[in-house]
Design a protein around this ligand. Structure first.
Ligand code: PXL
Length: 284
């Protein structure tokens, strides 16, 4: 009997677990929904701590309601106690109180669990240009959360906001990535997707050296959630044990494929599109 139970147990699949601390996007293209689809697409079991509810549809953020900091904290603590989580990412944290409580909770729980794989995606502005984070929260990010991160993944706008200088070309991206890695004592992946060219080039700086990651740029794509999907894919690879550079390489391939295979629908609001993080779909 015991032998049979043991056999049954050993046949159950075991997979890596990743936690995303992020907002809910009603249209499921970004936020925690994109993270979960990405984790699943890469064979990682995802769990979530929801920080806010965003009512949105592709192209329009309508309303944002933050969760109480106390329930954000409880979700993280409970999950960390119950699951062997091997990587964590943060996405939209919405306001100062939530950034503070996430940093404080991760400082405590990761000391106990030893999880070093924290990817911080400093989500500040939506693809539509709408601010998603209140101004004072950025300072708290810099002081409390960045020092805990293994990797920070700002885009060009977020990097210029953090450094106070515009970033206009690839040499400026290299200088900025090095400056950010030095400033925060963490590896930095500066995403250059918004620098229109034939290739979307990102620069990873680990504090010592820089590596470029490049993929053909897909023009005329206004799909939101690329940043979330990219950082979630990196988190999934870290959860499975990849090193940082391998994780970024696979993450870039994953997000590029999600963009190439995006869905496009006609709706009463015109054409809308969403990333495809690996859905097997039925063509009607
Ligand atoms: O893409 C940034 C982003 C992140 N997280 C949530 C969002 C959005 C964009 O709108 O809704 C929850």
């Amino acid at each position: 009997m015991a032998a049979k139970r043991k056999q049954q147990r050993s046949r159950s699949p075991v997979t890596a677990i990743a936690l995303t601390i992020a907002g809910s996007d009603s249209s499921a293209g970004a936020g925690a929904q994109a993270d979960l689809k990405t984790f699943a697409g890469l064979g990682v079991y995802g769990v979530t701590a929801i920080t806010c509810i965003v009512a949105e549809t592709p192209g329009k953020v309508s309303q944002i309601q933050p969760a109480d900091a106390a329930i954000v904290r409880e979700q993280i603590i409970l999950l960390q106690k119950s699951f062997p989580i091997s990587a964590i990412k943060t996405g939209l944290l919405c306001n100062t109180q939530i950034v503070l409580v996430v940093a404080e909770t991760l400082r405590q729980t990761t000391r106990k669990t030893g999880t070093r794989n924290l990817v911080v995606d400093p989500v500040m502005i939506a693809t539509t240009g709408q601010p998603l984070l209140d101004g004072g929260a950025i300072e708290i990010y810099e002081r409390e959360l960045f020092p805990l991160a293994r990797l920070i993944t700002p885009n060009l706008d977020e990097s210029s906001r953090l450094l106070g200088d515009p970033i206009a070309d690839l040499p400026a991206m290299h200088r900025a990535a090095a400056a950010l890695a030095k400033k925060y004592g963490a590896a930095v992946l500066l995403k250059g997707g918004h620098l229109r060219g034939r290739f979307a080039v990102d620069v990873l700086h680990d504090g010592i050296r820089a590596t470029e990651f490049s993929a053909p740029f897909v023009p005329d794509v206004a799909t939101h959630g690329t940043g979330c999907t990219y950082s979630a894919a990196i988190t999934a690879e870290l959860a499975k044990g990849a090193d940082l550079s391998e994780a970024v390489k696979s993450g870039k391939q994953f997000v590029s494929a999600a963009i190439r295979r995006r869905f496009v629908w006609n709706s009463s609001r015109g054409r809308i599109s969403a990333l495809n993080q690996g859905l097997k779909f039925h063509q009607s």
